[in-house]
Design a protein around this ligand. Sequence first.
Ligand code: ZN
Length: 138
Amino acid sequence: MIERFRIATRASGVRRQVFVHIYDDREELARQHTEARNMVYDPAADIAGGVVTQQGFHWPRPDYTPIIVMRLWTGQLTTKTVAHEAVHAAAPLYFMDGIPGWNSRARAHLIGDHEMLAYLVGDIASEVIRNLYKLRLL
Ligand SMILES: [Zn+2]
């Protein structure tokens, strides 16, 4: 890891933080991301970023201060990747603090596989940013 920082948001009505860890070694990132999820590291896995709720995501209710870690790789610091990982970070916070609530059936979607949503937001955000640059509005 070469850098780390925290960001915070109150968009859900509760102050929530995301820890951001930056790596220049993709394999180190992949190993840390995998081990943080209690999975076996596979060097062949195509992991160039990731988000893990490492602490505080306990049944029957979330801890007040969950620890969400976003891992990014210097070789892929794009709007698309950051927006994609931001969706993964936001989804459990939306689940914890949002209207559907902790006991909602939405839980399966919000703490499960939300790759499609993450890719959609990543693609849309990066294309809008690219066009804003092209129009010299950014
Ligand atoms: Zn993803």
